[in-house]
Design a protein around this ligand. Sequence first.
Ligand SMILES: N[C@@H](CCC(=O)N[C@@H](CS)C(=O)NCC(=O)O)C(=O)O
Length: 199
Amino acid sequence: MKLRFAATSPFARKARVCILELGLADRVEQIPTDPWTDPALRIANPLGKVPALELPDGVTLYDSPVVCEFLDAEAGGSLFPPRGPKRWRSLRRQALGDGLAEAVVRRFVELRRPPEQRGAAVIARQTEAIAYTLAALEAEAQSLSEPPTIGEISIGCALGYLDFRNPDEGWRAGHPDLARWFAVFDARPAMQATRPPAV
Ligand SMILES: N[C@@H](CCC(=O)N[C@@H](CS)C(=O)NCC(=O)O)C(=O)O
């Protein structure tokens, strides 16, 4: 299998953390890919986004929820609870984590535009989504699962991305339980091995 990834992408990081947590590192070649410039990615994934997982039969899987669930099934893992309330809790948490990462990406992209082209409404909307999501995560921080499921992995990758793009956000002060959980989660070898590069 071949995983196309970008080192800064929180969505690709989910897949890379799953690979390590599931002991699949020997079976997946990881190919650094710039989604904005690499023509091979567009052929593998018409959406032009990472992560994209190419299978030996030529099929390519995307996006990160699909890639991660495939990896879990391939390894016979338990990152995706098979049924019942635990499954829906885990998938809801994955959506919350992915949504947080998406809001941070959208705000970052907007802020990178020339000042006169920036949309204040877009920035405010994404900042509000980030604030409400952090509050929701704080409320359930004490019930986050150990060992982690895909829900916790998604949340952890999103918080890591928030730290990476907005190191001065200061989210820990108002979210002490979440900060405590993230300190422990972020120390996992799979998180340590997939840190985004220093900018
Ligand atoms: N929902 C997708 C999001 C993937 C995504 O947005 N990846 C970004 C990198 S963080 C990307 O490849 N962007 C390129 C583009 O939007 O054209 C997933 O979970 O995989």
